[in-house]
Design a protein around this ligand. Structure first.
Ligand SMILES: Cc1cc2nc3c(=O)[nH]c(=O)nc-3n(C[C@H](O)[C@H](O)[C@H](O)COP(=O)(O)O)c2cc1C
Length: 165
């Protein structure tokens, strides 16, 4: 029996524009060089062991960093960090962290300042699906801070305006 025909790329993209998400910057570190990528394909997977997933295009520079170092940190952006989301989706080739405030936690991947949460992870599984890989991370350290999240909806950034302490 033949495979059922998939939806068109246009229909898929249009429907996905109606899905509101948070916005993260996923950082990594390889040979002492930090790298980051804006990612909104992010979800919790399991509490025991604490695990999450991100989906990353295998053509992205960050994919090489994460798959070879096997570490990454998911930084959840605050409503006033839209410029960071644009910076890390902007194909900057070198010195991507030249003007960026960050600290280090468990893995050595950058923990960005001013974010509302971070999850520092060791890569535990990878599943290739089309152009992207689903990367599952075992969370080694994480924290939550007060603030309002940055959101992405209908192709644009929005401050969700929901402040939590
Ligand atoms: C709001 C937003 C969400 C994004 N989410 C993802 C994502 O989940 N996975 C991904 O691979 N790229 C995502 N991108 C695209 C990457 O951020 C972009 O392609 C980046 O330039 C890749 O950088 P690199 O090739 O330097 O690693 C997103 C971009 C934006 C603006």
């Amino acid at each position: 029996m033949s495979e059922p025909r998939p939806a068109s790329a246009t229909a898929f993209r249009q429907a996905m524009r109606r899905v509101p998400t948070g916005v993260t910057v996923v950082t990594s570190l390889k040979d002492g060089e930090p790298r980051g990528i804006t990612v909104n394909a992010f979800a919790s997977v399991s509490v025991d062991p604490p695990s999450l997933l991100i989906c990353v295009n295998r053509e992205a520079r960050s994919y090489l960093f994460i798959s070879s170092s096997r570490i990454f940190c998911v930084n959840v952006l605050a409503g006033d960090q839209r410029l960071l989301a644009e910076h890390f989706s902007g194909k900057v080739r070198e010195r991507q962290f030249a003007e960026i405030d960050y600290a280090i936690d468990a893995t050595g991947a950058p923990v960005l300042g001013g974010t509302i949460a971070h999850f520092d992870c060791a890569l535990s599984h990878e599943y290739q699906v089309g152009s992207h890989s689903i990367l599952v991370g075992r969370v080694l350290s994480c924290s939550a801070r007060p603030g309002s999240p940055l959101g992405y909806f209908n192709g644009g950034f929005h401050d969700f305006g929901i402040h939590v302490d």
